[in-house]
Design a protein around this ligand. Structure first.
Ligand code: NAP
Ligand code: MG
Length: 403
């Protein structure tokens, strides 16, 4: 069989621990036999990040800007224990944070649904994609404890040096706390565009919610910017596809999400997204079935799994024990990147391969062959737990029958 050709490379970001092992197996068993893979390879494994003083992470993000599509595997964010384990020169920053800052992107997380694994909310028959604004608010705050007798004010000095003051609170009779938050119009606008573009991509409605009735300037600004961007740039494209932009209050949104069947993108302010993405991913069953895509406002895509490097399984693997680690989200990172590459380069064979790879993966699980994490929660009657590599080989068998 002739391998599928790629016109343009994608950026490949290799990684750490168990996911690094899975990465190589996925390529060997599910990608390289079928696709003449063109990739620009960056080793984001902690050892090499340390050797290059983390320059490799910056280089990989710059390459992503150049080629437009990247696929990334889970990486270690160093902490004190990793400093000694890897003999690090510095406690390098989270690669995801570095890449996100360079691409100015929004992260979209979508669960992969399979028969046999029922979400804790059984009416969620379609995935809910959460988009989290990754800039500002409480994550870039300034806070203080204040003493009884203090008066707190907001002071803004404009370009001409004029001051505008507004009282926050007069702490006449008690100690207390205050907090200063900010956000930027251009960041909110970029977030809105990323969400609307992703809605067009998935052909799904976009929901956005805030607390604009209480926060009449701050949250209201988010609401206004979303509406302005939608009306000026997306309204007609949405109408043409028969999809909608829907704004509501955050409390109303939460109630509607619970009652819904899924199948939309829920754009969240930074804090809402932090909290709601954990709730939604837990409710769908398994972190190992959650994909994650970073999308920049100018249409650059980086695909990965939402979970980490699965350290505990890696230490078992190093001891020579077999593991049953779920590779589904990482496989879907590959299929997502290959499909996007195919769309951008107009190579439908590549898109069709990505579809088949996903279909073969889901079919394997729905026929009862799965890794330990799913085995524990699947309600299928005839189910079998397999090890990490066997699972990939089972998918390969089904993929062979499709291509
Ligand atoms: P983790 O790798 O997500 O794993 C936590 C636990 O979740 C595992 O021990 C395992 O449970 C289960 N799990 C996660 N993914 C699984 C999979 N694919 N198959 C089966 N079970 C899975 O989180 P962590 O152990 O807290 O973090 C390990 C490293 O990952 C850290 O160094 C962290 O910095 C990094 N991290 C990276 C990313 C990223 O690059 N995007 C994201 C998060 C964390 P059992 O042990 O019970 O089987
Ligand atoms: Mg969180």
């Amino acid at each position: 069989m002739a391998k599928i050709q790629m016109k343009t490379p994608l950026v490949e970001m290799d990684c750490d621990e168990m996911t690094r092992i899975l990465w190589q197996w996925i390529k060997d068993i599910l990608i390289l036999p079928y696709v003449d893979l063109k990739s620009e390879y960056y080793d984001l494994g902690l050892k090499y990040r340390n050797e290059t003083n983390d320059k490799v992470t910056v280089d990989s993000a710059e390459a992503t800007k150049k080629y437009g599509v990247a696929v990334k595997c889970a990486t270690i964010t160093p902490n004190a224990a990793r400093m000694t384990e890897y003999d690090l020169k510095e406690m390098w920053k989270s690669p995801n944070g570095t890449i996100r800052a360079i691409l100015d992107g929004t992260v979209f997380r979508t669960p992969i649904l399979v028969k046999g694994v029922t979400p804790y909310i059984p009416t969620w028959t379609q995935p809910i994609t959460i988009a989290r604004h990754a800039y500002g608010d409480v994550y870039k705050n300034t806070e203080m404890q204040v003493k009884k007798g203090s008066k707190a004010e907001l002071v803004v000095t404009d370009a001409e040096g004029n001051e505008t003051r507004q009282e926050i609170f007069d702490f006449k009779d008690t100690d207390g706390i205050i907090q200063g938050l900010h956000n930027k119009d251009n960041s909110i606008r970029g977030f809105a565009r990323a969400c609307f573009n992703y809605g067009l991509d998935l052909k799904q409605d976009v929901w956005f919610a805030s607390k604009d009735t209480i926060s009449k300037k701050y949250d209201h600004r988010f609401k206004d910017i979303f509406q302005e961007v939608f009306d000026a740039e997306y309204k007609e494209k949405f109408e043409a596809l028969g999809i909608e932009y829907f704004y509501t209050l955050i409390d109303d949104a939460v109630a509607r999400v619970i009652r819904s069947n899924g199948g939309y993108i829920w754009a969240c302010k930074n804090y809402d997204g932090d909290v709601m993405s954990d709730m939604v991913s837990t409710a769908y069953g398994s972190l190992a079935m959650m994909t994650s895509v970073l999308v920049s406002p100018d249409g650059i895509y980086e695909y990965e799994a939402a979970h980490g490097t699965v350290q505990r399984h890696y230490y078992k693997y190093l001891k020579g024990e077999t593991t049953s680690t779920n590779s589904v989200a990482t496989i879907f990172a590959w299929s997502g990147a290959l499909r996007k590459r195919g769309e951008l380069d107009n190579t439908p064979e590549l898109c069709a391969f990505a579809d088949k790879l996903e279909k073969a993966t889901i079919q394997t699980i729905e026929e009862g062959v799965m890794t330990g994490d799913l085995y524990l929660i699947s309600k299928l009657e005839n189910k079998k737990k397999v090890d990490s590599e066997e699972f990939l080989k089972e998918i390969g068998k089904r993929l062979d029958a499709m291509v």
